[in-house]
Design a binder for this molecule. Structure first.
Ligand code: SF4
Ligand code: SF4
Length: 368
C-alpha cells in the first residue's frame, strides 16, 4: 500500500533546489502570453498561482483568481512531447576536411529534464510515445537518452476542461504509473506519494511528514470529483475501431473536409502524434551540411507523396487518415491506443472540429 506524505507549498523551492542540485533543468508550468506553458523555472513563485483555464472548441482563456493554488487549472497548452521529441532538432553535421573526406559529427543533446506537474493524460501520452520511439523495431536514440534521464513529478487532476474525455477511454484523473513522484494539491500544499526509489530519496531529502488521514481523504475526493465533471465522451474503443473500418464512405468525411483547413494544429498540439520529416540543410559555401529532423503532419499535402503520387490529395482523405490511425490502426501498429483524451485537438482547431462529435456520428453508421 502507498504511503502518503504532505509537501507544504513552502517546501516547493527546496524541491526545485534538490532537482537542480541533481543536475536537472527544471521545467514547470508558468503563465506566458496569456497561456499556461512549460518553461524553465528557478523558483516556485513562477508557477501559475491562482490561475484557472477555460477550454472549449476553438477557445482557450486563462484567468487570475485569488486562490492560493499552483495547479488549479486543467492542462497546459503543450504537453511534455517537445522535451522528448523536439519540434526541430539537428541530427548530425557533416564537413569536408582538408583531404576532402567527409567528417560526420553527432548533435545529440543529452540535457536532463525534471518536469513538475505532469497531468495523468500526458503521462499516458509519454507511455504511448515510448512504444513508438523505444519499444519498437527501431529505437530513437535521442528520445531514449532524454526519456531515461527524465524525472517526472505528476500532478493529479483536481479539475478538467470542457474538451477532456479521458474517462471514456478507460483512463482516469489519477496518475497510476510512470512517475517518480505524484502529487495532489490541497489547501497549503500537496499530498504526495513516490513512484520508486528516486521519489523516496526526494521525500527523504525534504524530510516530509506522513500525511494525515484527513489530508489523504481530501486529496482523494478532489481527484475523484473529476469523474462527475467530464461531459465529452466517445463509445468504447472496440466499437470505434470497427466503425472506422466499416464507414470509409460515411458522408461525415466530406462534411469535415468542407470545414478542415488542413492547418495541422491538431497534430502539433497532440501529445501522441509523432510524424516527422528529415531535411538536409547545406551551408551557402557548400563546405558543410546539417541534417535536421522536424515535426510533420499528416494534414500536410506532401505527407502522402510516394513515388510521384499524392495518395491523400483531398482534406477528406487526410482527416480520415488521422482519425482512423489515432483511434483504430494505431493499436495494430503499436499495441496501444493512439489517444489519451486530453482534448487539445478540439481546443486548438481554429474551426471547432471536435473529434468526439465526429466519432460519435461515424459510430452511428450511415443508416441511422
Ligand atoms: S487526438 Fe486529440 S484528444 Fe487525443 S491525445 Fe491527441 S490531442 Fe489529445
Ligand atoms: S481538424 Fe482542425 S486543427 Fe486539424 S487540420 Fe483540420 S482545421 Fe486544422
Amino acid at each position: 500500500m502507498s504511503q502518503f506524505y504532505f509537501l507544504p507549498h513552502t517546501s516547493l523551492d527546496d524541491l526545485i533546489h534538490y532537482l537542480k542540485q541533481e543536475g536537472f533543468m527544471v521545467k514547470a508550468p508558468i503563465v506566458s502570453e496569456g497561456a499556461i506553458v512549460y518553461d524553465d523555472i528557478e523558483k516556485a513563485a513562477e508557477l501559475p498561482w491562482g490561475y484557472i483555464d477555460e477550454q472549449s472548441p476553438a477557445h482557450y482563456k486563462v484567468t487570475k483568481t485569488n486562490a492560493k493554488a499552483a495547479f488549479g487549472w486543467s492542462l497546459p497548452v503543450q504537453s511534455v512531447k517537445p522535451m522528448l521529441f523536439k519540434e526541430k532538432e539537428k541530427l548530425w553535421r557533416v564537413k569536408r576536411d582538408k583531404n576532402g573526406t567527409l567528417q560526420f559529427e553527432s548533435c545529440l543533446n543529452k540535457r536532463k529534464y525534471a518536469v513538475l506537474g505532469v497531468r495523468p493524460c500526458d503521462l499516458r501520452a509519454i507511455e504511448i510515445q515510448d512504444r513508438v520511439f523505444i519499444e519498437n523495431a527501431y529505437q530513437d536514440v535521442r528520445y531514449k537518452v532524454r526519456r531515461e534521464a527524465m524525472f517526472i513529478i505528476a500532478a493529479n487532476c483536481t479539475t478538467c476542461h470542457s474538451n477532456c474525455f479521458c474517462i471514456s477511454l478507460g483512463d482516469s484523473p489519477f496518475a497510476d504509473k510512470g512517475y517518480d513522484l505524484a502529487m495532489t494539491e490541497i489547501d497549503h500544499g500537496f499530498v504526495v506519494e513516490s513512484g520508486g526509489d528516486s521519489g523516496r530519496m526526494l521525500i527523504e531529502y525534504l524530510q516530509l511528514q506522513v500525511a494525515s488521514g484527513a489530508q489523504t481523504h481530501i486529496a482523494y475526493q478532489k481527484v475523484n470529483g473529476v469523474y462527475g465533471k467530464q461531459n465529452k465522451s466517445i463509445p468504447p474503443l472496440a466499437q470505434v475501431e470497427k466503425a472506422l473500418f466499416e464507414e470509409h464512405d460515411h458522408p461525415k468525411w466530406e462534411d469535415v473536409a468542407k470545414r478542415c483547413l488542413s492547418c495541422g494544429n491538431c497534430t502539433q498540439a497532440c501529445p501522441t502524434c509523432f510524424c516527422h520529416t528529415e531535411k538536409e540543410s547545406p551551408s551557402l559555401d557548400g563546405k558543410e551540411s546539417t541534417h535536421v529532423r522536424e515535426w510533420d503532419s499528416c494534414f500536410g499535402l506532401d505527407h502522402s507523396y510516394t513515388h510521384g503520387k499524392l495518395y491523400r490529395d483531398k482534406p477528406k482523405y487526410r482527416y480520415r487518415q488521422w482519425l482512423t490511425h489515432k483511434f483504430s490502426t494505431w493499436r495494430e501498429q503499436f499495441r496501444t491506443k493512439g489517444c489519451v483524451g486530453c482534448g487539445r485537438c478540439i481546443t486548438w482547431c481554429p474551426v471547432s472540429i471536435d473529434v468526439t462529435e465526429e466519432i460519435n456520428i461515424i459510430c452511428q453508421g450511415t443508416n441511422k
